[in-house]
Design a protein around this ligand. Structure first.
Ligand code: HEC
Length: 109
């Protein structure tokens, strides 16, 4: 468990290094629309049919945002969570990292 978190943290820092110069080429919001919105909704609240059926995380929830680190979000994107499958082999690290930022932007006050 600790190992997994440490690895996710390492990945997150590597990803930060890797994305800094090339970020403009990755369109995070478009990736979110393409891969995530069907379950988590356009606004991240997962209030659509699929989101409700699968109990997808409400990404706008301020409490959840506060208790979740970037590394945890990245790990969820990479490895999946319950009914959500992982994107480790479908998206590159740069894209995964861009999605972490999109998820952060979904926070509601
Ligand atoms: C098939 C539907 C589905 C898709 C597609 C999907 N998710 Fe999820 N997501 C879920 C479900 C279900 C959970 C689990 C909720 C739980 O653990 O209670 C979840 C959980 C999460 C979590 C929270 C994990 C945690 O540790 O709290 C994050 C972050 C997340 N998804 C982001 C994304 C992103 C970003 C994408 C697009 C790359 C995506 N999801 C695509 C259904 C989906």
């Amino acid at each position: 468990m600790c190992n997994r978190i440490a690895r996710a943290g390492l990945l997150a820092s590597l990803a930060l290094l890797a994305t800094a110069p090339a970020q403009a080429q990755v369109d995070g919001p478009a990736l979110y629309q393409q891969h995530c919105a069907k379950c988590h909704g356009d606004d991240g609240r997962a209030s659509n049919m699929r989101g409700r059926l699968l109990f997808a995380q409400d990404l706008g929830d301020a409490k959840w945002q506060e208790h979740t680190s970037d590394a945890q979000i990245l790990a969820a994107i990479r490895n999946g969570a319950r009914m959500m499958s992982g994107y480790a082999s479908k998206l590159n690290l740069e894209q995964q990292q861009a999605l972490v930022q999109v998820v952060r932007g979904l926070r509601q006050p």
